[in-house]
Design a protein around this ligand. Sequence first.
Ligand code: NDP
Ligand code: OXD
Length: 309
Amino acid sequence: MRILLHRADGITDPWVADFAACLPQAQIIVWQEGVPIAPCDYAVLWSPPVALLPELQHVKAIFLTGAGADGILKYSEALPPVPVIRLGDAGMAIQMAEYVSHAVLRYYRRLDEYDQQARRGIWKQLPQHDKADFTVGVLGTGVLGKRVLDALASFGFPLRGWSRTAKQIEGVECFAGSAQLDDFLRGTRVLVCLLPLTPETTNLLDRSRLSLLPQGAYLINVARGALVAEPDLVTLIRAGHIAGATLDVFRNEPLPAPHPFWDEPKITITPHISALTLRRESIEQISAKLLAFERGEPIADVVDRQRGY
Ligand code: NDP
Ligand code: OXD
């Protein structure tokens, strides 16, 4: 069995070693631009360069080393009609819960403001936010969104979730579909974005939708930058409607300099680290799915290419 491997960071040796341990019957071929290779049975990659696409014509399935499929589905027309299988959690959900809980608590406990005070030598207790008024709304209640909601539940925040299909999640007020989005946003004080990037969700958070959030709302985007209309977010922050944003993902990554986000003190920037791909967990999951696929068994996390996630 021949597996084509592509890593955007170029660090491939540990992947080859761990695949050899998990799938000793497989030969791992590291893709290198311009180096011809014999056809492979499977591909393991995430957001490949265009030059790699011809190598996918012979594969039986494409395994992603990430949860989001937008980086490969943008080439949909050039892909063979084979299953694309994304990661389901593989150690990312708990990282996402840590990151989002930290950001929500930082806003709720006014830690940013205390930090600014401390830098100016000010010792002053600020009024505590009312928790009943600090509803956290999670866009996307899939694998990651659900884990984030579970983590936030332990702090007692009022919770709501929005998904494409109707859901029932204990302790969470659930909304579904575009008909219920406005109501969801109107009652959300901290908006957490955990949606996949699809034609339906691109630019979902534009000026009109972000304006539905109550005055003094916060945005935490850990999904994809193109879900948010970036200039609109800056406008609403400068107008004081949005009190702050924590952004881990951007339309163009790395976030270019200059970009207005860099100069906006109410925006916290991290370089796409809210949930990192964990190599060992990912290789174990991919190997198990690949073997199940070879045996003709059903496998989880097959991307619906029509839906886009
Ligand atoms: P899932 O597929 O498990 O969940 C996606 C959720 O979004 C589902 O609840 C789905 O609804 C909902 N959804 C999709 N389209 C729509 C729509 N048009 N309207 C309303 N709801 C919609 O994905 P994951 O939770 O595993 O991952 C979510 C995203 O997080 C990834 O696609 C990726 O972009 C991002 N990500 C970011 C990382 C980072 O480090 N910043 C790391 C990993 C992932 P339904 O339940 O009805 O299907
Ligand atoms: C992912 C990501 O989709 O890291 O896995 O963004």
